[in-house]
Design a protein around this ligand. Structure first.
Ligand SMILES: Nc1nc2c(ncn2[C@@H]2O[C@H](COP(=O)(O)OP(=O)(O)OP(=O)(O)O)[C@@H](O)[C@H]2O)c(=O)[nH]1
Ligand SMILES: [Zn+2]
Length: 196
């Protein structure tokens, strides 16, 4: 099966196969797969996968396809966008908030589109660093702003519920593009507005 054949590899087209594999994992970890509480679990897990892996079918160009001509060439911030993603090392959830800042160059996007973009990038197996740079790269490519900055805060369950077991530790990642790279005052303005 070709790796990028999304039609064939989407959850929605493989429900029965995925359910079968979940059932097999339950059996292999020592569960009684015929007990009442587990009968519907493979189907529920598969439905959950449809949601949490929806990003594999998202189209960034489509999400940012509608823009508006506007002469506001000053900082725009969309902050506190909540995300839930899955760590690609353990398939355990990580989650937190994403803050996006950009300086448009004559073209702005609808505010909801930034939240849709966050969902598209996070609803798949990821690492926090790649979420951060993917978002910055997509914004730069699709909106061609003077610059953009993305800050991602995350708490990783693979560090809380298992392994090193450090509940509450936060990972913060950032990416800057364009004028944010050279303009320290702009970076400071963005970061200080995040605190309000
Ligand atoms: N850089 C980065 N690391 C991550 C992310 N999510 C999980 N990890 C780390 O991925 C690493 C995988 O390390 P391994 O040594 O291969 O796996 P492991 O034996 O399960 O590691 P421990 O978690 O230390 O028990 C761990 O250090 C995780 O904390 C992420 O988004 N970014
Ligand atoms: Zn992990």
């Amino acid at each position: 099966m070709p790796a990028k054949d999304y039609k064939n590899t989407s959850v929605i087209n493989n429900r029965a196969l995925i359910e079968g594999h979940v059932r097999e994992i339950l059996r292999l970890v020592g569960e009684d797969i015929d007990r009442e509480g587990l009968l519907e679990t493979p189907a529920r897990v598969t439905r959950m996968y449809e949601e949490i892996f929806a990003g594999y079918e998202a189209d960034y160009k489509d999400i940012l396809g509608v823009t508006f001509d506007e002469k506001h060439e000053e900082l725009v911030i969309i902050k506190d966008i909540v995300y839930y993603s899955q760590c690609e090392h353990h398939m355990a959830p990580f989650f937190g908030k994403i803050h996006i800042g950009y300086v448009p160059s004559g073209k702005i996007a609808g505010l909801s589109k930034f939240a849709r973009l966050v969902d598209a990038v996070t609803r798949k197996l990821q690492v926090q660093e790649r979420i951060t740079s993917d978002l910055a790269n997509i914004l730069e490519e699709e909106l061609t702003p003077h610059g953009c900055m993305v800050v991602v805060e995350g708490e990783h369950l693979c560090m809380c519920s298992r392994g090193v077991k450090k509940t509450g530790s936060q990972t913060v990642t950032s990416a800057v593009r364009g004028t944010f790279r050279t303009n320290a005052a702009l970076r400071s303005e963005f970061l200080s507005l995040l605190k309000h």
